[in-house]
Design a protein around this ligand. Structure first.
Ligand code: IMP
Ligand code: MG
Length: 462
């Protein structure tokens, strides 16, 4: 074997935290269709603009024998491209369907697994062809001759496909906080479009809504303050006690659970002590059943293990801060430790370095001990945290609290789906939507409401 790694392998190994292999795969399948089937406008077509006075509608292709006809422009190749793209999405849809039959086996032997070795679980089929056609109707992706479908467009198509698949049977929708419902570190504004949309969702029969955030506070007041715009919106709309009782907040990833009261206040719901037994026996190996495993009523929280893990994390963070000379301070909480700036903004690369150092160091640490406390080490955008537990556990605990048994009936919406992000963990428990801003969240919810109505679910009846 050669002593040297290829540039491709080095690039992949060192940059995988910035990539999503499945989206890259889809992108790479669309590129050949774009390269082969669409041509730039010909010189004759451009010249015809002059003839037509620059009106593009006069320059469309024509095959009649009219002497005055403008030279054909390749609009037909654009129609064909739409067909090619649609076919590719249909093929990927089939790959996912076939993968689902294999994914729970110890060694899944699906074609998709061969093509994208890091592929995870799909909780539903994804109608990708229809989702693509819907996006193409709106954005005319196949009308472009110079710019192929982008990473973000494919992410959007995947989101639409997931919404189409989940809308008929959705029983729990969970949202990340920062950058999903409000800007980083901001509060839920009273005039946010999301207020009405979340109130609408709470009015849907059988649908629970939860915020599952890393922000970890023990007191309800801290969350009430950050969510004040939403809680006020619920009060202004006089949402019924039944509707608001379906609103939950899970803080610290999976550590503090609150439920909305009929007076639009958040009330702490006691959780059983964090079930570390459950973590080490079920989560470390991944779930093998399509149903959510039940969370054992455990009081075996091992504070010694928790403290040990956070101590090591704190040491790693202090080392990173010293070596990179970061303008930073360390914050220690009972179930978290974080590094935040004490002055100027810490750069993204430095934050990624901290998160990857933590992931690497804590993995090694856990290999040397019997303790397997689940944790989440992530780059929060302007800070880095290690929390005890993660959002998979958080979403599952809310699901447990509201009596939802299947991951397929849940959707988690978040912005941090790279491997250095904290929404990433939720993917192991349920379908997810990857958005990048509260505006995108609002657009996704408009789509969801449309899909639910199309499936006969009443929205906004409260
Ligand atoms: P999320 O995007 O809603 O999950 O919130 C993540 C952000 O919450 C982090 O980037 C931090 O700025 C903030 N945060 C506040 N307290 C904590 C904590 O205890 N653990 C992790 N993040 C926290
Ligand atoms: Mg976030």
């Amino acid at each position: 074997m050669s002593d040297h790694f290829s540039a491709y392998r080095i690039n992949y190994a060192l940059r995988s935290h910035k990539r999503d292999p499945f989206i890259e795969f889809i992108k790479s399948q669309l590129l050949p269709a774009f390269a082969l089937h669409v041509r730039p406008l010909s010189a004759a077509a451009i010249a015809s603009f002059l003839v037509s006075g620059g009106n593009p509608s006069n320059t469309t292709a024509t095959n009649d024998n009219d002497d005055d006809a403008v030279p054909p422009t390749p609009t037909d190749d654009l129609d064909a491209l739409r067909g090619h793209y649609a076919q590719i999405f249909a093929s990927i849809e089939r790959l996912i369907h076939d993968h689902r039959a294999e994914q729970d086996k110890p060694k899944p032997e699906s074609r998709l697994n061969m093509l994208v070795p890091t592929i995870g679980r799909f909780f539903t089929d994804l109608p990708l062809r229809n989702a693509f056609l819907a996006h193409d109707d709106r954005l005319a992706l196949a009308a472009r001759r110079h710019v192929p479908p982008s990473f973000n467009e494919i992410r959007g198509i995947l989101n639409t496909a997931q919404l189409m698949a989940s809308a008929p049977d959705l029983q729990l929708i969970t949202f990340d906080g920062d950058m999903t419902l409000y800007d980083d570190g901001a509060n839920f504004a009273e005039d946010s479009h999301l207020v009405n949309l979340l109130c609408d969702l709470l009015s849907v029969k059988g649908l629970h809504v939860a915020i599952v955030t890393a922000a970890g506070y023990t007191e309800a007041e801290r969350y009430e303050f950050r969510l004040s715009g939403l809680l006020k919106g619920m009060a202004d709309r006089k949402l019924s006690a039944t509707a608001v009782a379906k609103f939950w907040v899970m803080g610290g990833e999976c550590n503090y659970l609150f439920r909305c009261s009929s007076t639009y206040r958040l009330e702490r719901v006691p959780l059983p002590a964090l079930p570390e037994v459950f973590y080490s026996t079920v989560l470390q190996r991944g779930t093998s059943s399509p149903d959510l495993p039940t969370i054992p009523d455990s009081s075996s929280t091992n504070t010694h293990d928790v403290t040990g893990l956070l101590d090591v994390a704190e040491r790693i963070l202090r080392l990173c801060a010293a070596q990179m000379r970061l303008p930073a301070k360390i914050i220690r909480k009972p179930r978290a430790v974080g590094i935040v700036t004490s002055g100027t903004r810490i750069q993204r690369e430095q934050l990624d370095e901290c998160a990857l150092s933590l992931q690497h160091g804590l993995n090694l640490y856990q290999q040397t001990t019997d303790a397997h406390v689940p944790y989440c080490a992530f780059n929060g955008g302007s800070d880095v945290w290690v929390d005890i537990g993660n959002k998979q556990i958080g979403v599952m605990m809310v699901a447990h609290a509201v009596g939802v048994a299947r991951g397929a009936s849940i959707v988690h919406v978040g912005d941090q789906f790279l491997s250095t992000g904290n929404d990433y963990a939720a993917r192991r428990g349920c379908p997810t939507l990857w958005i990048t801003s509260p505006t995108e969240t609002a657009a996704a919810l408009v789509e969801l409401v449309g899909e639910m109505r199309a499936n006969g679910r009443e929205v906004g009846g409260e």
